[in-house]
Design a protein around this ligand. Structure first.
Ligand code: SAH
Length: 390
């Protein structure tokens, strides 16, 4: 195995803190091919770990345990056994990349149809092995496919294409129907966002559902209707689903038809949320529950300040539209935005709105998107439920 020697003192992060990344600045000498398994050594040449080499990325080596990849996949899937236990959830993230000790490997499974993203050179080089292991160990797995349209592949020198390909087993249907809590959703595994669905918001959706009885709900950035349909199941009086994407709204409407009829008045609005919230303000509208689940505003730390202004803008507008006693369920999925900073943005928005709020709940990504203790970067999704107290 080729040796990568670290600069003096730079072994601490990998050897002691167990962080899974070796940055290019920490490397003294040595190189490998894209995706090659290499030995990571301290400055004296003593082996401290092994990892997958990425010649083009700032993250030069991604640490992996000394085990066959198929075993790591099997273990990761095994840790999700509880999710399948009662049958109420049929869509689960089976592998959450670094947090499951498989760097750059994401596997989401929708009713037996596994969809992968490979965002490190090492992961991409091992996709056949990974797909075979998913096929073998995932419950009811019928096929494993891959999305090639993930932007972060570019940093690793991997092609980014608007393409989807089957790696093992059968070809999935156009739309896969999953059930989650009280809802059913059609997932477009070929063209939908990420691998097709935002599995990470499962717990937050349930919480919104539990708080929606009798409420007039505004679900901003609705995508295929998730939060709004949970609110409907939870007995909301009305739900407005707002998204900029007509395709997402079309699927949201279809998802509604999968559910039993009820008295909730549903409305679907194709609009830019920034403009729509202003329109609601100008028309003097108000709501009992507002959900704000925007896309990632900050892709990196350099975009953080601009992103913070975007978060503050929509949260301030939403806070003003809440009735007394109403709840704002607000989220940030930008990894660069810490929980602390997010709460600061919310407190500044509340200050400008001139209203008192209390935090009644906080959420993070669901448990099938775990965060490795050694990898704080793994925590990206933060949520706060703010109640307007007058
Ligand atoms: N809450 C959803 C996920 C939201 S993803 C769920 O639980 O499934 C973010 C959504 O925001 C995407 O559907 C995207 O189309 C939409 N979007 C992005 N920018 C927008 C904008 N400016 N106005 C309205 N919708 C927007």
């Amino acid at each position: 195995m080729k040796k990568i020697l670290l600069k003096k003192g730079r072994e601490y992060s990998v050897a002691a803190k167990r962080h899974p990344w070796v940055f290019s600045g920490a490397v003294e000498s040595g190189e490998g091919a894209a995706g090659e398994l290499v030995e990571v050594c301290d400055s004296k040449g003593v082996r401290i770990a092994q990892g997958w080499y990425s010649p083009l990325s700032q993250i030069r080596v991604r640490i992996v345990p000394e085990k066959p990849v198929a075993d790591l996949v099997a273990e990761s899937i095994g840790r999700r056994a509880a999710f399948y236990a009662d049958g109420s959830v049929t869509a689960v993230r089976l592998v959450n990349a670094e947090n499951d000790r498989l760097p750059g490997v994401v596997v989401d499974c929708y009713c037996g149809w596994a969809v992968c993203q490979f965002t490190s050179a090492g992961a991409d080089a091992r996709k056949a092995e990974i797909a075979a292991a998913v096929m073998k160990y995932a419950p009811f797995c019928k096929g494993v496919s891959e999305r090639l349209d993930v932007d972060s592949r570019e940093k690793e020198g991997l092609p980014v294409e608007p393409r989807f390909q089957v790696l093992a087993g059968a070809e999935p249907p156009e739309l896969v129907e999953i059930s989650e809590g009280p809802c059913r959703f059609l997932v477009d595994v070929r063209r939908g966002h990420k691998t097709g669905f935002y599995l990470d918001q499962r717990d937050a959706r349930a919480l919104v559902g539990s708080m929606s009885n009798g409420a007039e709900v505004l679900n901003c950035f609705s995508y295929t209707g998730g939060f709004g349909l949970y609110a409907r199941s939870g007995g909301a009086a009305s739900v407005v689903q707002v998204d900029i994407s007509e395709d997402a709204l079309e699927l949201a409407r279809k998802n509604e038809t999968l559910l039993r009829g009820c008295g909730t008045a549903m409305e679907y609005v194709q609009a830019d949320v920034f403009q729509y919230l202003r329109k609601c303000r100008d028309e003097g509208r108000s709501f009992d529950m507002i959900v704000l689940d925007p896309p990632k505003f900050a892709a990196s730390k350099s975009q953080l300040m601009k992103a913070a202004r975007g978060y503050k803008d929509i949260n301030l507008l939403a806070m003003k539209l809440l009735r007394p006693g109403g709840t704002l369920a607000t989220f940030s999925c930008s990894g660069a935005m810490t929980e602390e900073l997010f709460l600061k943005v919310l407190s500044e928005a509340a200050e400008d709105a001139g209203r008192d709020f209390q935090i009644v709940a906080r959420t993070r990504q669901a448990a099938d998107h775990p965060v490795a203790v050694s990898f704080p970067e793994g925590l990206y999704l933060k949520g706060a439920f703010l109640k307007a107290i007058d």
